[in-house]
Design a protein. Structure first.
Length: 194
């Protein structure tokens, strides 16, 4: 069902200062003052986060496995769906309120932010994003079953997608990404097993 995409088929949006590809994995370290955010609450606009983006079909499912230890405020990594600086979604693990959280930001002119506590003992995560004709659906999986994070009416239009990481306040978050996996939208994209 899923097909892995080689890292060399992607193009960087803000390449990180450190990037190594070895044994079918990509390890990066973040620069400081890197983030994706647009206007809401804070007033500022940021599109400086690191993301390796790949072309995808109009409707698709992607899964991004990654490993990281999140310890500094707002450190984050996971998956970015990117159209332009005004329309994008990021989902993954973010350190906030003194702990790692599963976080989603949906941006369509302005950003919003939702979080749910993540298992602090888990370092291996997979984020799943499903783009349908009427919605974008986000799931996460750590050591257990898939968890629904968000169903949004954001409909992707010519988007690219791939692994992302940011360090808004301090540099040096180290994240290891496995290859992005791309597949077709299943019959029931909301309740997935396994």
């Amino acid at each position: 069902m899923f097909e892995s995409v080689p890292f060399d088929q992607g193009a960087w949006l803000n390449p990180p200062p450190v990037c190594r590809v070895q044994d079918a994995a990509m390890e990066i370290e973040t620069a400081e003052q890197t983030d994706f955010w647009r206007r809401t609450h804070y007033g500022f606009e940021r599109a400086s986060g690191h993301a390796l983006l790949f072309d995808v079909p109009a409707r698709f499912v992607v899964e991004q496995p990654f490993t990281g230890r999140f310890q500094s405020r707002y450190e984050q990594a996971g998956l970015l769906l990117w159209e332009d600086e005004t329309r994008w979604i990021k989902a993954g693990v973010e350190f906030a309120d003194g702990r790692p959280n599963l976080a989603v930001v949906v941006t369509d002119g302005h950003s919003d932010w939702s979080m749910a506590p993540a298992d602090a003992e888990t370092e291996d995560w997979t984020i799943r994003l499903t783009a349908t004709d009427s919605a974008t659906i986000l799931h996460a999986r750590g050591r257990g079953a898939w968890q629904i994070l968000r169903v949004t009416d954001f409909v992707a239009r010519g988007a690219r997608v791939g692994p992302m990481a940011c360090s808004p306040l301090s540099a040096g978050l180290a994240v290891r990404f496995s290859p992005l996996r791309v597949g077709p939208v299943p019959e029931d994209p909301l309740y997935i097993g396994g």
